[in-house]
Design a protein around this ligand. Structure first.
Ligand code: ZN
Length: 410
């Protein structure tokens, strides 16, 4: 019975919500992305001067829009950490301390619960942390227009919308731009360890990581739909012309993971992989501004649709690719996290790394690594953790309809 009542309330809420006036400005999205992804910000490497400049810009925007400061130092939420030896490991106590900060603004609707809307604003700087997919990243600025100037612009423009929509939602909003994401979701983890509102009062978290490359064939991927029983029925009634794909897991390669691990329902938006991912060529000319605007207006409708659910129920999900694994080897590929077929589809290959030397190309689907069968990205990650540097093995791939066995040296 409870379910049916909930449904009625949900639909009634959607009918009264003034959805039509959700107007996001492509001009403003473009302005933010152009600034954040400019060479002047030097790739926004965590803790760098360029990253600091980006934080100041975001704080200025939050202030202009009329958000209250909700960091620990005005809009800023400073933290320090020690860099991991490799991007998938924990903090390495021998490396020097890095200082950076999240940027946090608040819209107070005098409600008990608060929705968190976030995106990371840091990127790879010159790509020297082992995260670049460029063969020779030295001296090249990784502007990260899609990753994640696009999501940062999304946070700023959603803040503008919810401040100016002349509507008092039954929840408050916390808007956060995270630093340290590229080095292991550091900023969001630190925020969840020392939050400026109690975790128990957080309703749910919406994350945007790479929302600037919408293409009909890839659609928009929504991670975390299994983290609350509300999500699937809600997405079923919120109308959109976008092509939507979903993934149930509350963990994945972005900041929503940190909130999920604190038992908070999450939704993570992502417009899919591309061959400029983590390369110096992730630049503004590739951005689909109209597509990003549509994604943001879709998020607004989803948030409006939760107005009778100020605190949705949390459900744990299967674990996907966590960042806690430690690897001794790398294949030098970018897996397609949105691929829902059998195996792991390869979306990027780094020159000079084992996969490229073995003959793997973009579009190949890895179905076996050594003796380990691979049905999904999770199994791929598990298998990869079993190899040592220098070890020789085989990889079985599917290219089109053909299966091939290739020799690989880690
Ligand atoms: Zn990212």
């Amino acid at each position: 019975m409870k379910k049916i009542q909930t449904w009625g309330a949900l639909i009634a809420c959607l009918l009264v919500a003034p959805v039509a006036n959700a107007q996001v400005s492509t001009k403003k999205i473009k302005k933010h992305i152009h600034y954040l992804a400019s060479d002047a910000l030097d790739g926004r490497g965590t803790g760098s001067a360029g990253c600091e400049k980006a934080a100041q810009y975001i704080a200025k925007q939050f202030k202009k829009i009329g958000l209250q400061p909700k960091g620990t130092d005005q809009y800023l939420h400073p933290f320090s950490f020690k860099k991991a030896k490799n991007p998938h490991g924990g903090e390495d106590m021998e490396s020097p301390e890095i200082h950076s900060q999240n940027v946090v603004g608040y819209l107070d609707n005098n409600s008990e619960f608060t929705i968190v809307i976030g995106a990371h604003y840091d990127h790879l700087g010159h790509g020297l942390d082992g995260n670049s997919l460029d063969a020779n990243p030295q001296g090249k600025i990784h502007n990260g227009a899609d990753d994640n100037a696009s999501g940062t612009a999304g946070v700023i423009e959603l803040a503008r919308h919810f401040v100016n929509n002349q509507k008092k939602e039954p929840f408050n909003f916390l808007f956060i731009c995270f630093s340290g994401e590229e080095l292991g979701l550091i900023g969001s983890k630190k925020f969840c360890e020392m939050p400026t509102i109690p975790l128990a009062k957080m309703s749910y978290m919406i994350n945007m990581d790479m929302i600037g490359r919408y293409r009909d064939e890839k659609g928009v991927m929504i991670h975390g739909v299994g983290t609350s029983p509300l999500w699937i029925p809600l997405l079923g009634v919120v109308k959109t012309d976008l092509k939507v794909k979903t993934d149930s897991s509350g963990t994945g390669p972005s900041d929503f993971t940190s909130f999920y691990l604190k038992n908070i329902p999450v939704l993570g938006f992502f417009t899919g992989q591309h061959s400029e991912y983590h390369k110096p060529t992730d630049d503004v000319e590739w951005i689909n501004y109209e597509g990003e605007k549509n994604v943001l207006e879709y998020i607004i409708k989803i948030v409006d649709g939760t107005c009778t659910f100020p605190k949705p129920e949390f459900t744990p999900t299967r674990q996907q690719s966590t960042t806690a694994r430690s690897f001794k080897v790398t294949l030098g590929v970018m897996p397609d996290y949105a691929f829902d077929g059998k195996g792991t589809r390869i979306d990027g290959v780094t020159q000079g790394k084992p996969a490229q030397k073995a003959g793997i190309i973009v579009g190949d689907i890895v179905i076996q690594l050594g003796e380990h069968k691979i049905d999904n990205v999770n199994q791929y990650m598990d298998a990869l953790g079993k190899f040592q540097k220098g070890q020789e093995s085989t990889v079985i791939i599917k290219r089109g309809t053909e299966e091939m066995i290739l020799k690989i040296v880690f």
